[in-house]
Design a protein around this ligand. Structure first.
Ligand code: FE2
Length: 439
């Protein structure tokens, strides 16, 4: 008897399940909100949440129906939901349909997408469909918008946001890990990936980068360590700041990380509806690149380059092996690292004992994105795929690369090679950092 193996069929079922799961999470996040909250522009940096919803659906329609059947359009989408036509700060005045109408549009698109998926040739020679790449791309797009929506929810005006479900953090770390540094021995290290099933174009191609030996912090910088910077006059001492950083500091008047408040009893910090005394064991969050850079200088250190970060997270010098995640090749789950949103905040550094890289760095995935000193640029022989507006349009010295994902990142949208980027002044993102120094 011959068994006919049809791997694509099970892949199709898996992709359909993932699409449904992603949509369920999107609506779970928005469930507690009133129609006024959904339509409001809570901050000029963020879109109204109704815009995110419509944009997610139209992006999906573009890539999983139209572009599969016709010529690939290298534009995101026309009209209301085109991010290039409508900068974020203007989206509050767009005539967005209400939630009921928006949901109907989303459901209708999803139905067509699932029908089309049923016929999709995932063994296709074309790189868009092969191994379900375009489905993974659309899934990651929704995951990434979930994180953006959480930034909006943290910035929310009026009553603070109360999630429908909140996980409790794991028992605290067995030992205090802060203050230590791990040595990376240097050498020629593979950076990036050739994966074409899920990785974005900006992660490709894999290439060797020669690194000098360097030290890197064993954990992200903690709140407790950052308080020492503040108490030593870090925000008023010019020598710690770069020229651009000092300019930003003078105009912004910032004196502490975003969402910190001074109280009679010390600092307090807010995550969504939870205001708590500052926990010194958590990684510092909501700092911009310039603050990270100044802190590093205060300690006589510097920020790692994104290559150093990736080497410290992935490379096993003894085995000459590159791991997909700090702990190995097992996919990320919320058991291994603080990811997947439902913690609604950071956890003490070292809370996930398995989340350790070959050279001994903890928490490189999850909790907070980590600023690096690198500008967002294409790797040598970069090829834009499948559209230049995802990565290439942003290459240049305006943006700094962040690595590692945060508590608000969905597991399907993070890996050692994943590159995020933002302006060096941004603080609404779930961003922290760790320091490095030359060996
Ligand atoms: Fe988008």
């Amino acid at each position: 008897m011959t068994t006919i193996v049809t791997p694509s069929r099970s892949d199709r079922q898996l992709l359909a399940r993932l699409l449904t799961e992603a949509r369920d999470r999107t609506f779970q996040l928005l469930e507690p909100l009133s129609s006024k909250d959904l339509r409001a522009q809570h901050d000029p940096l963020m879109s109204p949440l109704l815009w995110d919803l419509g944009h997610i659906a139209h992006f999906e329609e573009l890539w999983l129906t139209r572009n599969l059947d016709g010529q690939i359009e290298f534009v995101e989408m026309p009209g209301l939901y085109n991010p290039f036509e409508h900068p974020r700060s203007t989206r509050g005045s767009l005539p967005l349909p209400d939630l009921e109408r928006c949901r109907a549009i989303m459901d209708e698109i999803r139905q067509r997408v699932l029908q089309r998926l049923d016929e999709a040739d995932l063994d296709s020679a074309g790189p868009l469909l092969r191994d379900g790449y375009v489905y993974q791309m659309v899934l990651q797009h929704e995951y990434q918008h979930n994180e953006t929506m959480l930034q909006t929810l943290q910035l929310k005006q009026g009553q603070p946001y109360t999630p429908v479900e909140r996980q409790s953090p794991p028992a605290g770390p067995a030992k205090v890990l802060t203050g230590g540094m791990a040595l990376f021995p240097g050498g020629s290290v593979p950076i990036g990936t050739d994966d074409r099933s899920a990785a974005y174009d900006n992660e490709r191609p894999a290439h060797l980068v020669k690194l000098e030996p360097f030290w890197i912090d064993v954990t992200p910088v903690t709140n407790g360590e950052f308080v020492e910077f503040i108490e030593s006059g870090g925000y008023s001492n010019r020598e710690f700041w770069s020229e651009a950083g000092w300019r930003w500091l003078e105009t912004s008047g910032v004196q502490c990380p975003k969402y910190w408040s001074p109280t009679a009893a010390g600092w307090s910090t807010r995550s969504m509806d939870q205001v708590q005394p500052l926990d010194p064991r958590h990684p510092v969050a909501h700092v911009c690149y310039y603050e990270a850079e100044a802190y590093a200088r205060f300690r006589g250190k510097r920020l790692p380059t994104e290559f150093e970060w990736e080497a410290a997270a992935s490379w096993e010098p003894a085995a000459q092996y590159k791991r997909q995640f700090p702990w190995g090749d097992a996919p990320v789950t919320s058991k291994l690292a603080n990811v997947d949103q439902l913690m609604f905040g950071t956890t003490p550094v070292g809370s996930y004992p398995e989340n350790v890289s070959p050279i001994g760095c903890y928490g490189m995935i999850g909790d907070v994105w980590e600023w690096t000193s690198s500008n967002f640029e294409g790797y040598p022989e970069f090829e834009s795929f499948p559209y230049p507006e995802y990565s290439e349009a942003f290459f240049g010295s305006e943006y700094k690369v962040l690595r590692g994902g945060s508590w608000a990142t969905r597991p399907g949208a993070i890996r050692n090679t994943f590159r995020n980027w933002d302006y060096p002044i941004r603080r609404q993102i779930f961003s922290g950092f760790r320091c490095a120094s030359d060996a």
